[in-house]
Design a protein around this ligand. Structure first.
Ligand SMILES: [Zn+2]
Length: 439
């Protein structure tokens, strides 16, 4: 397949540049002024921006084991619709991906079914360090310092075990909340609800999993990164305080991500959304939301990732604190960031850096993250003018709800190209599931 993107403006972290882009056999073969070529499919990109496809380093596509919430066709379709061309999938499946055997089975399950490229994480459960170190071709190893969805939390001693002994070629990614801290607050807050658990207001979720419990574990992880000279990536940072800690440990290779939901919602929104904004770590105060936007602008955040974690509507409608934590987001990451650009919160170059260039750089995907000659043809064409309400009917994810539904956003992906083939155009998935494993 040959595709010529004509008359668009290519965006990178350095700004925008009005050039044509020629794609052939899955690669970007030419980027220059006024390319003329016969026998190609021409896509008119006048008044449009051409971005490297976004790389979402944190999704949960729920296979194997929970395909009623999401599966690879639906999850990767949602990604493609949102201009995300590569995803890294988390290991808290059923069964959890903590053995080489489980990893290979998962690879078999996914093969030939993904509309976008992908990488897979293995999970560390405190006992499988050898197995983790032997794994080949993975996005990294995920450690949950507190129990979250999937029951993969590891104990205090085991946290150090991973950071001390992980093989050099493995990317360590951490869910950093302090379990003991959370347990103490849970007891304090829930004692008055004994015997009437169904009446617990969901807003207590943010008080129980407090900011302080997050900061405490981030500090601990950063200290371990320093002690063992082991780079660590901290997932879903929800406050400026955590970012302040991380900024002091940059030289030891500590990096972090921020999620669109922590940039969009605060505790004030529980009243309207209820458990549909329950996630771990939870939403914080409105000031924290501002703080995160400010930190993005100041360059204190390495990547935007969604922690796309769909659950069934019936699960989210359970009473008290019973609803599982997690919200979908992969299809809305780019629209939310583009909306931010349209509202002067960020510049387009900063969005490309946070969503494409830097994730590619940090994970060593040397042929991704840029629209340049020789790079993989993972590209998204966006229209910064389209202003559209996102409705529940628009949700591509199998869960069929989204905390962003009802919101109006300006700036949308209109064409997504994965591996040189158009997979999404004009609101529809049009290509075949030819996404490849990238590591
Ligand atoms: Zn997650």
């Amino acid at each position: 397949v040959k595709i010529l993107l004509k008359n668009g403006e290519v965006a990178s972290s350095q700004g925008t540049n009005k050039v044509d882009v020629l794609i052939e056999d899955g690669k970007i073969v030419k980027v220059s002024d006024e390319i003329e070529q016969d026998g190609v499919e021409v896509i008119d990109c006048s008044e449009k921006l051409i971005l490297p496809g976004a790389i979402d380093v944190h999704v949960h596509f729920r296979e194997p084991g929970e395909s009623y919430k999401e599966d690879w066709e639906s999850g990767s379709s949602a990604a493609a619709a949102g201009g995300v061309t590569t995803v890294f999938d988390m290991p808290n499946n059923k069964p959890p991906i903590v053995t080489l055997e489980a990893l290979e089975k998962k690879r078999e399950i996914i093969k030939g079914r993904s509309y976008v490229n992908y990488g897979l994480y293995m999970g560390f459960n405190g006992k499988n360090l050898d197995e983790v170190n032997k794994a080949k071709g993975i996005a990294g190893v995920k450690m949950y310092c507190a129990h979250s969805t999937g029951g993969m939390g590891v104990g205090e001693k085991d946290i150090e075990k991973l950071i001390a002994g992980v093989a050099e070629d493995k990317h360590v990614v951490v869910h950093a909340e302090d379990e003991a801290c959370i347990d103490k607050l849970r007891k304090e807050y829930l004692v008055e609800f004994e015997g009437r658990e169904k009446e617990i207001p969901v807003s207590l979720h943010s008080k129980i999993r407090s900011k302080e419990c997050g900061v405490k574990m981030v500090e601990h992880i950063c200290e371990l990164a320093k002690k063992y000279q082991q780079p660590v990536h901290i997932c879903h940072v929800s406050s400026e305080e955590e970012l302040d800690v991380i900024s002091r440990y940059r030289e030891f290779g500590v990096t972090c991500e921020v999620c669109p939901h922590h940039l969009s919602f605060s505790v004030d929104d529980y009243e309207y959304y209820g458990a549909f904004i329950k996630m771990n770590p939870p939403v914080r105060d409105k000031m924290d939301v501002f703080g995160l936007w400010k930190s993005l602008k100041m360059g204190m955040v390495d990547v935007i990732a969604t922690d796309h974690a769909p659950h069934a509507i019936v699960e989210k409608e359970l009473p008290g604190l019973e609803p599982p934590s997690g919200v979908p987001g992969v299809e809305m990451m780019l629209p939310i960031m583009l909306h931010g650009v349209n509202n002067d919160a960020l510049e387009i170059g900063e969005v490309v850096w946070l969503c494409s260039e830097n994730p590619a750089r940090l994970w060593g995907l040397n042929s991704k993250g840029k629209v340049e000659e020789g790079f993989d043809a993972d590209v998204v064409v966006v229209d910064m003018e389209i202003e559209r309400k996102f409705d529940r009917e628009d949700v591509v994810s199998k869960c069929k709800w989204s905390p962003y539904a009802g919101g109006t956003y300006q700036g949308w992906p209109i064409v997504t190209i994965v591996g040189g083939e158009v997979v999404f155009r004009d609101g529809k998935i049009v290509g075949t599931a030819r996404g490849e494993e990238v590591f």
